[in-house]
Design a protein. Structure first.
Length: 202
């Protein structure tokens, strides 16, 4: 039985990846990193965990059900903000940019760093950590807290809803206010305000 329903709350050790569209129709992969919330518009879907599995398998081109994939965008991946915890062993932004660049070639097998280049998705991560303040997005000057989502990777060629099978459209949360090209940090407390609905199924 799925743990995901409208009463679900983020819990340590459980990571979900969900998908969202901004007001311009640009697509983002959202990784909750245990502490980020999921919108109620997603949690209220019947068998939502299976739907998210199908979306993830489609993204990684591992789906047995939906195996007609969009053409390679052949774009680039740009590093924006990055986690203090994940990159604690790298000393400079230049080191991290070089690491991302090496892994972001769209000709490589799919991995997080080349998803923007290959698929055209933005990538957002939720702030994690064992306690408040341990993790934060380096490069952002404002206040943040555990669970807030920050923009990690940016594409140069953008995906749209048409890059997904219509059978999966209703699993993608939609915002009428966010612009992924501009909004770098999302307040976790406002997740349902940002994403009040999902894309309509066709």
């Amino acid at each position: 039985m799925s743990d995901l329903n409208e009463n679900w709350k983020p819990i340590f050790g459980t990571v979900y990846t969900w998908f969202a569209a901004d007001k311009n129709g640009h697509i983002a992969m959202m990784m909750n990193n245990s502490f980020g919330d999921l919108p109620q518009s997603i949690l209220k879907i019947v068998d939502v965990e299976l739907l998210l599995d199908n979306l993830n398998e489609y993204m990684w081109e591992e789906s047995e059900l939906f195996n007609k994939y969009p053409i390679n965008k052949k774009g680039k991946t740009i590093l924006d903000l990055y986690s203090n915890i994940i990159f604690r062993h790298k000393e400079t932004r230049r080191e991290i940019e070089e690491w991302v660049f090496e892994r972001s070639d769209y000709n490589l097998d799919s991995r997080e760093e080349n998803i923007p280049a290959k698929k055209g998705y933005f990538v957002y991560h939720a702030i994690e950590g064992s306690q408040q303040g341990e993790d934060y997005p380096i490069g952002y000057e404002g206040q943040t807290k555990m669970g807030d989502y920050f923009r990690y990777l940016v594409p140069t060629v953008f995906a749209s809803i048409n890059d997904f099978p219509k059978e999966l459209w209703h699993g993608i949360a939609v915002s009428d206010v966010l612009d992924f090209t501009k909004d770098r940090v999302l307040d976790n407390d406002k997740i349902n305000t940002y994403f009040p609905r999902n894309h309509e199924a066709i």
